[in-house]
Design a protein around this ligand. Structure first.
Ligand code: ZN
Ligand code: ZN
Length: 415
């Protein structure tokens, strides 16, 4: 029998509940939270004896935000430098950033490269305040691929398996299988792989494809055997399509996709995680945060195409998830992706990408991203209506009045 502790009940009165699935704001609602979950939602609920009653005076109550692409370890944009730093130092920097993410309203974050089981456990145990962390461990890359950080003149590679950099280099079907199993055995929620070149790596081309089809299939097979999935970094249609055809479930970035990619997304019910804000910020302040010149040149290749890719994917009905992918001090712009997407897409659809659709990608449908009975009580009290104006979400100091995570109040500025 479950013992209900009345002192752990919170009753939100006079709330405008944002239904993320339908994209509608329902006014005059009451929401009962018991323990870590939402117990009831309705207009005629009564507060149980002993519950803490919070009168929202008509303010918006919405689910906590989910960023599906954020690197908590990347406190510098010079990713090659991370592997040489103290894991303790990087972990403490990550703790600082995770707390900041939570206070921007992100109660859940998926980290596709860097975060490990230690950071996950630290949040879960309440040692640090931060988003629920769906980590992938180290991203897998081929030799010369997106996480191979050696300059051209160096052939020796320190494996850095113990260190806090974002990826691991592996080659050949046996090699990639072993690397995927190594991440999965740590409890990784997904396996992240590099399907194409990238901006922050020193020697690869953005338009390259990476890993052979056989290698990609082997990694997908290992992830699926563990009831997990593969997330693939890719820019061009050629790289995206190879991944989707081989069973990759989410494509990260996808800036240079085309109509053939969109067909494959729909056919496989796959997810696209655009990360437009990172290209915008890298062009403005990347150099200041340590992004090398070679990376800045690559950045311009993907910046403009990204917004067109987002619009085309949205028009076709592709599953879209919110992503930021910011590095170093640029991570303070994590909410700016709302503004960028809101300029071309309906607000309700942008919010869906950071709630319901993101939850589906994480395999947490009905548990995260919605205000319904049985869902975890990850809740935000917001001044203003984000469906009317997404910009209210981008100014948390002014508009984010309360943050609840798993039924626990993490910030309260209701006064
Ligand atoms: Zn990437
Ligand atoms: Zn990334």
């Amino acid at each position: 029998m479950t013992v209900v502790r009345f002192d752990s009940a919170v009753f939100f009165d006079n709330a405008a509940v944002l239904d993320t699935a339908s994209g509608v704001l329902a006014r005059g609602q009451r929401v009962l939270v018991r323990g870590e979950a939402i117990a009831a939602v309705g207009s005629d609920l009564e507060a149980p004896a002993g519950a803490r009653v919070i009168d929202l005076a008509g303010r918006t109550l919405m689910p906590g935000l989910i960023d599906c692409h954020a690197h908590v370890n990347a406190h510098t944009a010079d990713l090659a430098a991370l592997g040489d730093q103290s894991p303790a130092y990087v972990a403490l920097k990550a703790a600082e950033e995770m707390r900041a993410m939570l206070h921007r309203g992100f109660t859940t974050v998926r980290d596709p490269g860097g975060a490990d089981f230690g950071l996950h456990d630290a949040v879960a145990e309440g040692i640090v305040d931060g988003p629920r962390l769906y980590f992938g461990g180290k991203a897998l890359s081929q030799t010369g691929g997106h996480v191979d950080m050696r300059p051209r003149g160096r052939s020796v590679r320190d494996e850095h398996r113990c260190c806090p950099d974002l990826g691991v280099v592996c080659d050949g079907v046996d090699g990639v299988r072993k690397a995927a199993r190594e991440q999965l055995r740590t409890g990784a929620f997904h396996v992240k792989i590099m399907l194409s070149g990238g901006v922050a790596s020193p020697t690869d081309r953005v338009d390259s494809t990476q890993f052979s089809i056989e290698e990609i299939r082997a990694i997908v097979e290992e992830a699926e055997a563990a009831n997990r999935y593969v997330a693939g970094h890719a820019y061009t249609a050629r790289a995206i399509n190879r991944g989707l055809a081989a069973g990759v479930r989410s494509i990260e970035h996808g800036n240079l996709l085309d109509e053939t990619s969109i067909e494959l997304f729909l056919e496989h019910d796959a997810f696209l995680v655009p990360t437009l804000v990172t290209y915008q910020r890298m062009s403005v302040e990347g150099a200041e945060y340590g992004l090398p010149e070679v990376s800045l040149r690559k950045n311009t290749l993907v910046l403009d195409a990204g917004i067109r890719a987002l619009e085309a994917a949205h028009r076709a009905g592709v599953n879209l998830c919110y992503g930021s992918d910011l590095l170093g001090g640029m991570r303070r712009h994590q909410l700016e992706e709302f503004r960028i997407r809101g300029a071309v897409l309906p607000a309700a659809d942008v919010i869906r990408s950071a709630t319901v659709t993101a939850a589906r990608l994480l395999g947490e449908e009905g548990r995260l991203g919605r205000i319904i009975p049985g869902a975890l009580a990850d809740l935000l009290v917001v001044e203003g209506d984000p469906l009317e104006d997404l910009a209210v979400l981008t100014e948390p100091e002014a508009n984010l009045k309360l943050i609840m995570q798993g039924g626990e109040v993490k910030a309260d500025r209701l006064g």
